[in-house]
Design a protein around this ligand. Structure first.
Ligand code: SF4
Ligand code: MG
Length: 332
């Protein structure tokens, strides 16, 4: 299967006091048609910046793609102008964010906001747009869509608003949906319903999904493949079964340990000591996880581990594995 999205050697930098620092540092990955790819890591690990780069939604004058290729459906997005990318964004690639950071506008009705997306990308009459809006609301499990279509965001619950955002996202039948922490702010029951809905619409619409989350439980539930990110780099990438049965990177192993068990009151991710280094304080050499890694060795401070296949379909970037050692002339 040819990939729907291919990101090659992506480098995205942010300017702090006039100096650029890489928030995404030489990242490559692929998303196949109909695949759900999870991107997981703590906040500050670069996962949102990566998705904003793909959508070319980086804050102007601050964030910048400095290198790499983003090939979507055969088209180089990184070379596109703003107006060209506008035709793709919202149509072929859609995005949903964490509620309440969703971009529902409080002053317009739900129907108005749905129809706005339809008018932007389709030739469609007002009447058709209204009918389609109602059908879309119905398809995301909203009961009485004929009533909801005329209501305003504040009249809906957080879960309902997120359903509306999903309806807007799928309005033009995108090939790729990027969902950034779509359920993080919702309570557990609603979260499960929204994830269920995402999976259902992924199947019905034959979409690919990039699901960005800090929650490995969500990954286990939803994803085919998983990319674990740390400090702007990919630490590990494999299919969901290998990740859970055979996590190779110490960071992944710690994330696993940080999954709260049903009968224990463990705060999420709290068991990993320390924090993701800030862009300004990123170690210049060696493994960026070294300061927090329980398995760190002296070499980890000077040698940068390479992301490489360690077992078929399972890539890891850690010096515990021979495959991650930088390539040298081997004179056997
Ligand atoms: Fe830990 Fe070293 Fe592996 Fe980095 S390279 S994850 S510091 S063992
Ligand atoms: Mg984020």
């Amino acid at each position: 299967d040819a990939p729907l999205l291919e990101v090659k050697n992506l480098e995205t930098a942010f300017s702090i006091d006039g100096t650029y620092y890489n928030a995404v540092d030489n990242v490559s990955f692929r998303v196949k048609p109909r695949q759900i790819v999870g991107i997981v890591g703590e906040s500050g690990c670069g996962k949102s910046v990566m998705s904003l780069s793909v959508m070319k939604l980086l804050p102007k004058g601050i964030g910048q793609i400095r290198n790499g290729e983003i090939i979507f459906d055969g088209i180089h997005l990184e070379k596109m102008t703003d107006s060209e990318i506008n035709n793709i964004r919202g149509k072929d690639i859609a995005m949903i964010f964490q509620e309440p950071m969703t971009s529902l506008n409080p002053v317009f009705s739900i129907g108005f906001q749905l129809q706005e997306v339809l008018f932007n990308h389709m030739k469609i009459s007002k009447k058709e747009a209204r009918l389609k809006s109602i059908a879309l609301l119905k398809s995301v499990g909203i009961s009485r869509p004929e009533k909801i279509v005329d209501e305003y965001p504040h009249q809906l619950s957080g879960g309902m608003r997120q359903r509306v955002m999903i309806a807007i996202a799928i309005a033009c039948q995108p090939k790729l949906l990027i969902a950034d922490e779509p359920t993080t702010a919702l309570d557990v029951t609603v979260q499960a319903q929204i994830l269920e809905l995402l999976k259902e619409i992924q199947e019905v619409n034959d979409m690919s999904v990039i699901l960005i989350t800090h929650d490995l439980g969500v990954v286990a539930e939803m994803c085919d493949e998983v990319i674990v990110m740390y400090a702007g780099k990919i630490a590990e990438r494999t299919d969901v079964d290998s990740l859970f049965h055979n996590p190779k990177h110490p960071y992944t192993q710690l994330l696993m340990g940080a999954i709260p068990k049903m009968d224990e009151e463990v705060e999420k991710l709290s068991t990993i000591k320390g924090i993701v280094p800030s862009l300004k304080n990123m170690p210049k050499t060696g493994c960026k996880f070294a300061a927090r890694c329980p398995k760190a060795m002296p070499d980890c401070l000077t040698v940068t581990p390479q992301l490489a296949e360690n077992e078929a379909g399972h890539e890891v970037a850690c010096l515990l594995y021979e495959t991650s050692h930088p390539k040298q002339e081997v004179n056997a």
